[in-house]
Design a protein around this ligand. Structure first.
Ligand code: PLP
Length: 459
């Protein structure tokens, strides 16, 4: 497995747990075979999420020390605002303590009963915030995105026919804004092309509907555009980012992803009246507009992180690391979602464990097997997370896909770690016939995957 070397070296280290297979078996049993209940101290390689798990640079740590914790007018806010304006280009910049608060502020202001909000695919918190405000969240992604192995360079693209059909059916006056998630997290971290962004904008212009970006992984999306879209080969990351955002009216952002920080987010808009209402709401729920639920030092770390994330050498090593993990697994016959996205590899658990029926949670079985084998923690995205009882029949309804997502934190793991992950998965794959299914012993009424307790089915 070879990919471009990391354009940084290590100055601070954090020890990794050393557990034996017997200990891991006991830990998993105590956790009710639910990896959310396993203490992070007992995880060897943690691929649960890429959110808030980035390693900060020496410059960002230095930035924390020049934090100005004044209630109003902190110098770090001005640095943050200037940086966000330089990259995103929007007039109004509103800090928040994470992405979902930015969503909440935006949707509680513009979405109401009878509203429809299209997106390529809504991320869970985005959908939840639209629906909490009595709007309907509608996914309009291209069909290729829904096929696990369909090869397409921009599998995150919006399907303009679906979008236009929605506008015609529901009426432009009921669509307060259209979102575009870059990269498309819930669709496997797949990018959106500039061409598609431009065409989406053009279509929305005909109906006077604003376009907002869910920009969490914007830099990763810029990198894919440079590598895959004609005409962008020689463009800088910053100029690609500026072009993307020039087609929008604003954005929401979780800095826990491409802000390269552990906490933070923001909302941008060009709309003065909207920004004013949101700022008033911000003061009520998050804090004064020059800190928005964050410390001055956090804003400084975001300002620095947003610049670092646009370093092309960093993006090259980041995206290549994820891609190489995917290619290595694919070349050894392990079924994955293709092509690899920007931040994670998804194992196709139904193809991996064809002998386990969906009622026995194959993706959960696979996630547990990876932990038992090598202490690797991924996340089940399948029947445990999305399955539910049909209120009419009382029967369990299962989602289309059973996946284990392995999200790669930014700047955290080296190529030896990634090789260890690949080896562990391949060794589980060799012995896959011995893996058994699971049943639920306890489940909460909502969001059961976080707290469910399971047990292996004898057989
Ligand atoms: C993480 C994420 C969010 C929510 O951000 P938080 O900081 O976790 O609240 C919204 N949209 C997308 C696409 C995300 O990946």
């Amino acid at each position: 497995m070879r990919y471009p070397m990391e354009p940084y070296r290590i100055k601070v280290i954090e020890s990794i747990a050393d557990t034996t297979p017997d200990e891991r078996r006991r830990i998993l049993e105590e956790a009710g075979f639910n990896l959310f209940a396993v203490s992070a101290d007992k995880v060897t390689i943690d691929l649960l999420t890429d959110s808030g798990t980035s390693a900060m640079s020496d410059r960002q740590w230095a930035g924390l020390m020049v934090g100005d914790e004044s209630y109003a007018g902190s110098r770090n806010y001005y640095h943050f605002e200037e940086t966000v304006r330089e990259i995103f280009g929007y007039k109004y910049v509103i800090p928040a303590h994470q992405g979902r608060v930015a969503e909440n502020l935006l949707f509680s202001t513009v979405v109401g009963k009878g509203s429809f909000v299209p997106n390529n695919i809504h991320f869970d918190t985005t959908r939840a915030n639209v629906e909490h405000n009595f709007g309907r969240a509608v996914d309009c992604v291209i069909d290729a995105a829904l096929h696990p192995t369909a090869d397409h360079p921009f599998k995150g693209n919006m399907d303009l026919r679906k979008l236009e059909a929605l506008i015609r059916e529901r009426g432009a006056e009921n669509i307060p804004l259209c979102l575009m998630t870059i990269t498309n997290n819930s669709g496997g971290g797949q990018p959106v092309s500039m061409e598609n962004i431009k065409s989406t904008r053009k279509l929305l212009d005909q109906y006077n509907i604003p376009l907002y970006f869910d920009a969490c992984r914007f830099a990763e999306n810029c990198y894919f555009i440079k590598k895959r879209e004609a005409g962008y080969e020689n463009r800088s990351m910053l100029s690609i980012a500026r072009e993307i955002f020039s087609y929008g009216d604003g954005c929401t952002m979780s800095a826990k992803k491409d802000g390269l920080v552990n906490i933070g987010g923001f909302l941008c808009s060009n709309n003065h009246d909207l920004a004013t209402s949101i700022t008033n709401l911000l003061i009520l729920v998050e804090g004064f507009p020059t800190y928005g639920g964050l410390a001055g030092r956090d804003l400084e770390a975001i300002a620095i992180g947003l610049k670092e994330v646009l370093d092309e050498r960093y993006l090259e090593s980041r995206i290549s690391q994820v891609r190489c993990l995917g290619e290595e697994l694919d070349s050894r016959g392990v079924p994955i979602l293709k092509p690899p996205g920007g931040h994670a590899i998804y194992l196709d658990a139904r193809a991996f464990l064809p002998h386990i029926p969906q009622e026995q949670f194959p993706a959960q079985a696979l996630a547990c097997a990876l932990y038992l084998e090598g202490g690797i923690r991924g996340v089940e995205i399948g029947g445990l997370m999305f399955g539910h009882k049909d209120p009419a029949t009382g029967k369990e309804v299962f989602p289309e896909l059973e996946m284990v997502r392995l999200a790669v934190p930014r700047r955290v793991y080296t190529s030896a770690h990634i090789e260890f992950v690949a080896e562990t998965i391949c060794s589980v794959f060799r012995d896959r016939d011995a893996i058994r299914g699971y049943e639920i012993v306890y489940e909460a009424p909502v969001l059961r995957h976080f707290t469910a307790r399971m047990r292996p089915i004898d057989g």
